[in-house]
Design a protein around this ligand. Structure first.
Ligand code: FE2
Length: 253
């Protein structure tokens, strides 16, 4: 059985200028570009990959005057480190206008057929950069695609999906999470990949759908994820870039 390796990089929060940083000191926004490059180089050295997923919040302050330049800097790091690799991109709430991000990467959300998989990327809409909802059109897009015969479907969005995160001070979950998860189960989605929640969430399963939240690469121990897909099976390995011992919490399924 052939394997498909997906390199997942979440939440680099790059900021070229300290004045633009809106995050706390645990995030190494100044190193965002460098960390992305190191993740790609490290993954390449350790067996390579077939596609790269960038899970949003590539930059820290999408409202800054330097935001477009910072996005270009991240894009250029990715392109120079891995010029011919297919990309999957979901905008995050820190990236500013999602269309700007997608245009800079010459990318679009929706269906991407890569290898023996159907990947569907979503640009969910935010209110005040916090409250997030999946549009009815995007819900329909998935259900329409699921009616077609085809290879396994993998979905990607910035916000975590499962398990639920309840925090009084910050709304992590989609407002229509319950309905979206029901869609995923009905559509036979094999895997849902998220970012945004910086500690990450181990691979888990609900109603036959596997869920994974990649930890933020900008925070120690600077982990990226390597997902190895084998049709409907998979394993997820977390790889820290801080030079310390291999993360034994890497999830196996
Ligand atoms: Fe985020």
């Amino acid at each position: 059985m052939s394997e498909f390796r997906l390199l997942v990089i979440a939440d680099s929060h790059y900021a070229s200028c300290g004045d633009d940083v809106v995050s706390g000191p645990s995030r190494r926004c100044d190193l965002g570009c460098e960390i992305v490059r190191r993740a790609i180089v490290d993954a390449d050295r350790r067996g390579g990959f077939d596609a790269i997923a960038l899970m949003g919040d590539m930059i820290d302050n999408g409202n800054s005057l330097r935001a477009a330049d910072d996005l270009r800097a991240v894009r250029d790091e990715v392109r120079s480190a891995s010029p011919n690799t297919p990309l999957l991109i979901v905008p995050g709430n820190h990236d500013g206008d999602p269309q700007r991000l997608l245009e800079l990467f010459e990318h679009r959300c929706g269906l991407h057929k890569i290898g023996a998989y159907r990947f569907i990327t979503f640009a969910d809409s935010y209110v005040n950069d916090q409250i997030c909802t999946r549009s009815q059109a995007d819900r329909r897009l998935l259900m329409d695609e699921a009616e077609n015969d085809g290879p396994p479907i993998i979905v990607l969005q910035h916000n975590p999906m499962n398990p639920v995160i309840v925090r009084d001070e910050y709304p992590y979950m989609l407002t229509n999470r319950t309905e979206v998860m029901a869609d995923y189960a009905e559509a036979g989605v094999v895997l849902s990949i998220s970012g945004h929640y910086h500690t990450g969430q181990a691979l888990n399963v609900a109603d036959g759908v596997r869920y994974f939240t990649a930890p933020a690469v900008c925070e120690a121990p600077f982990r990226y994820a390597m997902i190895t897909l084998r049709e409907r099976d998979m394993d997820v390995e977390l790889r820290p870039l801080d030079g310390k011992k291999e993360d034994q919490a890497g999830i196996r399924d």
